[in-house]
Write a protein that binds this ligand. Sequence first.
Ligand code: SAH
Ligand code: SF4
Ligand code: F3S
Length: 469
Amino acid sequence: MDLLIPDKTHDESRQGEALVLEPNGKNNGRKLYIESYGCAMNFSDSEIVASILADKGFETTSDYNNADVIFINTCSIRENAETRVRNRLKEFAGAKGKNPGMVVGVLGCMAERLKSKFLEEEKLVDVVVGPDAYRDLPNLIERVDEGQRAVNVLLSREETYADINPVRLNSNGINAFVSIMRGCDNMCSFCVVPFTRGRERSRDAYSIVAECQGLFDRGYREVTLLGQNVDSYKWSNEVEHVNFANLLEMVALISPELRVRFSTSHPKDITDEVLYTIAKYDNICNYIHLPVQSGNSRILDLMNRTYDRDWYMERVDAIRRIIPDCAISTDIITGFCTETEEEHNDTLTMMDYVQYDYAYMFMYSERPGTLAAKRYADDIPEPIKAIRLKQVVAKQQQNSYVRLQQHVGRIEKVLIEGFSKKSDQDYCGRNDKNAMVVFPVQEGYKPGQYANVLVERCTTATLIGKIVA
Ligand code: SAH
Ligand code: SF4
Ligand code: F3S
C-alpha cells in the first residue's frame, strides 16, 4: 500500500530497525541486538532499554547472529503489525538454533497484550516484558541465565522513566524523541493502546526540560515531545501546575536554535492556549498532527472519540486563525464497524475541507479486547475497506502535492540533517512544517545548522531548492 510517510514520528507500520549505540566502556562481554517496531514511543522506549542495559555493561550489535540477547520491541496496533513480529521471531529461531545460550525477548505492546501466552505460543521466546517493566530487565535476563523463562508485564500508574537519560540509538546527533507522558486514558473503541500501555501519567516537567537542555548542549537541534495525547499533559509540584502549553514554552525557551515538535494532539483536547504558544515562538514548529479517524459524527461517536465533525472543523478553523501558516497531518481509519458509503464520503469531504499536508491511512483492524471488538461486528468486508482506503490515499496524494507546491518560490528555514539519500552532493533537511527539502551542499554549511533554502520545485514528496544567503 502506498502510504505517505514523511517521518518516523507517526509511522507505526514502520519495519523493525536494528538499533545501535556507541560502546560506553562498561562492557560485560555480552552483546545486545534490539529491534523496534511501531510508533515513536516504542523507538524512544528502546533507547530507555538500551540505557538500562548499557549500565549493566551490554554493548549493542547490528547483527543478530552475533548477539547474546535479542530484543524485539513490538506493536499491537493492527493485526498486520503483530504478524510481522511473529515472522521476524521465526527468523530469530535460526540464530538461536546455532547458539542455544542466546536470550530472545519480546518487549512492548504485544508483550503486554499477550503476556505469558507468548511463552507458550512462541517456544523460542525466553523473556516477555511490558512497557512499564524495563527497569526489571537485568533481573529478568539473570533469571533466564539460570534456566528459567521470565515475564514481567505489570503496568504502573507512576513509571515515567523520568530519571533515565536515554542513550541515543542510531542517532544523527540532531533530532531526538523525548517522551513526556505514558499511557492513555481515552478508550477510543478501536484502540489497543490503553490496554498495552496502561493509565496516562505525565513526566516531571523539569526532567523533560533537563533532558532537552542536555540534548541541546550536545549539539542536538530538534526535539519531538511524545505522548499519545500531549494536550492532556499535566504535572504539578507544591508551587506550580504545568500544562502542555506551559511545557512547550519551557522547552522552547531553552534556545531559539532548538526546534520543538510534538505528537500526538487530540482534537478534543487541543486548546487555544497551545495554539497561541505555538504562534508566539518561532522555534515551535508550525506543524500539528491531529488525527481525525473519520469525518462522520456517527462513526466518531461509535469510535468513542468524544468529538464530532463540527467540533473537529472548528479546531481546524482555530488553527488556521491563530497560526495562519500551519501544516496539519492526520490519521484515518477506513471501514470501521457499520460505516456506510455516505459516512465514508464524509471522511473524503473532511479531507477536502482541511487539505491535510500528510496523512497516515489504515483499514480498520479489529483488536481483541477493545470496546469495538466487544460491542460491534467488524462487518465491512475487507475488499470494501480496501476500496475506501484507496480512495482516501488517492485524495491525500493530491492534497499533499498541492500543499507541497505551495512552498515553491518561498525561502524556507531548513535544519540540515545530513546528506540526501540519493547523493552526497546534496543535503536534506526539514522545514518548519516537516516537509523534506533537498538542496546542493554548500561550503560553510554543516548538518545540525540551519540554512535558508529557496524552494525551486517539488516532487510528490520532496521540495528541491538551493541555499540563499
Ligand atoms: N494517540 C493517537 C493514536 C495512536 S495509534 C490518537 O489518538 O490519535 C495511531 C493510529 O493508528 C490511530 O490514530 C489510528 O488511526 C490507527 N489505529 C489505531 N487502532 C487501529 C485499528 N484497530 N485499526 C486500524 N487503525 C488503527
Ligand atoms: Fe488510542 Fe485513542 Fe488513546 Fe489515541 S487517544 S492512543 S487512539 S485510545
Ligand atoms: Fe505504539 Fe503500537 Fe504500542 S502504535 S503504543 S507500539 S501498539
